[in-house]
Design a protein around this ligand. Structure first.
Ligand SMILES: NC(=O)c1ccc[n+]([C@@H]2O[C@H](COP(=O)([O-])OP(=O)(O)OC[C@H]3O[C@@H](n4cnc5c(N)ncnc54)[C@H](O)[C@@H]3O)[C@@H](O)[C@H]2O)c1
Length: 436
């Protein structure tokens, strides 16, 4: 295997995982970020995000001298010392949040392109791992203004909470470039992983990421709509989705109803694809319906809680179990739990919350929610307990003990996480989604 000198720009969930994993595969990696505090922590060996296995890889990579951290993209590209060979591959792992009208905001990608264009060594390859609209590779190439530098699309499919595992065991690697040799150089970085690899053009590669994420969002909206129909007809969505999922054409994954889908990717990527479709004059009705179903779903969860506390949420004490967008992460970005919480609060509910991934209040995210560090505090005098994130440990809580401190023994389980029989034996009434 060729050892490559790699720069990773943006050291968040994707960039830090990419950097640490590429170093573990034997490459020589320097990671850069604009966030000085983040880099200072990483240099001390502290990993600022919750991701199983990541801290170990960072420690190993640093100890082996294969993983370094610097502030600013330019410092990652510039030689680190006299003995350093030039950087051969630059990964862009910067944010592409939802911008105006739902379009992906490419300001960070463009800022990095400007910052590094005159510093890139001859013949190096710039790889876009951020999720970006079709045409971004071509646009980045234009911004760089360098004929000798190829721009490659290599979308990332890792899931937060299992990022290291997913990076090292990918279902597939997608690499897109209109220059075959550059695509092959990037694909070769992953050769040890033995994953199916699709080499394609840049536009198709960029589209794969949106196509995949939006398909997952649609699948979840379909299940949430099915759950509502099951409630109306007296069917049980568990049984229905189990029966569907045995069909290998459908599969069991992404077939669980919940409070609506969210997180740092699905909402922004569905909105971006909507905007891309509109700009192309295409009415993507399926996607519009999926977004509408998702908004409806969080509203339905609020209806369930309101009904559970007697018809009005005003001054009701609601204990929330879970704030993160899914279990196993500390990421609160676009969490459906926060959407439901905001709607409960808007109707006058008093909210407290417990989440194993969130140790205290986060300004701008958990405003109006008292975040407790243990579960009894949120159950005490609660008019209802609402499960919003599927942390497995919630199943093992001491429900009889919580029943003793709650004002009203009602649980609304928006994830169908808990065992209703256990809850009922503890004296709680249990309300789920898509079932009686
Ligand atoms: N989080 C995921 O699960 C996931 C999965 C696949 C793809 N993606 C995509 O990957 C991209 C990054 O997502 P993320 O979740 O890692 O974001 P993040 O916010 O966790 O990390 C991005 C990092 O980039 C840094 N940054 C911003 N501007 C910079 C600049 N000019 N120079 C250097 N660093 C800069 C930020 O400080 C931050 O640390 C997005 O396009 C996202 O859609 C994310």
């Amino acid at each position: 295997m060729f050892v490559r000198r790699i720069a990773v720009i943006g050291t968040g969930y994707v960039g830090l995982t990419t950097g640490a994993c590429l170093a573990s595969l034997g490459h020589d990696v320097v990671c850069a970020d604009v966030d000085e505090q983040k880099i200072a922590k990483l240099r001390r060996g502290e990993v600022p995000i919750l991701e199983p296995g990541l801290a170990e890889l960072v420690t190993e990579g640093m100890a082996a001298g294969r993983l370094k951290f610097v502030v600013g993209a330019r410092n990652a590209i510039a030689p680190q010392g006299d003995s350093d060979d030039p950087i051969e591959v630059v990964f862009l792992c910067v944010p592409t949040p939802m911008g105006e009208g739902g379009a992906a905001d490419l300001a960070a990608v463009e800022a990095v392109a400007h910052e590094v264009r005159d510093l890139l060594p001859r013949g190096c390859v710039v790889v876009n791992k951020s999720t970006v609209p079709v045409g971004t590779a071509a646009r980045t190439k234009q911004l760089l203004g360098r004929r000798d530098v190829a721009v490659v699309s290599n979308p990332e499919f890792l899931r937060e909470g299992s990022a290291v595992h997913d990076f090292l065991n990918p279902d597939r690697i997608v690499v897109g470039c209109d220059q075959q040799d550059a695509a092959e150089r990037v694909a070769a970085l992953y050769s040890r992983l033995g994953a199916p690899t699709l080499l394609t053009d840049a536009a198709s590669s960029e589209m794969v990421k949106y196509a995949a994420n939006c398909f997952l969002a649609m699948k979840l909206s379909y299940v949430n709509a099915m759950a509502e129909l099951c409630e109306r007809l007296g069917a049980d969505v568990h049984e229905v989705t189990e029966g569907m999922g045995y069909d290998r054409r459908i599969g069991q994954a992404f077939l669980k109803p919940g409070p609506g889908w969210g997180g740092s990717c699905l909402p922004k990527d569905t909105h971006a694809l909507m905007q891309i479709s509109e700009a192309a004059g295409f009415d993507f009705a399926l996607l519009t319906a999926s977004l509408e179903t998702n908004e409806r779903q969080s509203g339905r969860m609020v209806d369930k809680v309101r009904a559970a506390v007697g018809g009005s949420l005003a001054n009701k004490r609601i204990g929330l179990l879970g704030l993160t967008f899914k279990a196993g992460t500390d990421d609160l970005r676009d969490s459906p739990a926060l959407t439901v919480a905001a709607a409960l609060r808007a109707e006058g509910a008093e909210l407290s919350a417990y989440d194993p991934g969130c140790s205290g209040e986060v300004p701008g995210m958990t405003d109006g929610i008292t975040v407790a560090d243990e579960v009894t505090a949120i159950a005490k005098d609660a008019d209802a307990i609402v499960v919003l994130t599927e942390w497995p440990e919630f199943r093992a809580l001491d429900w009889p003990a919580l029943a003793k401190v709650a004002a009203n023994r009602t649980v609304v389980d928006t994830r169908n996480l808990l065992d209703p029989d256990v809850l009922r034996r503890a004296g709680f009434s249990w309300v789920g989604v898509g079932c009686r």
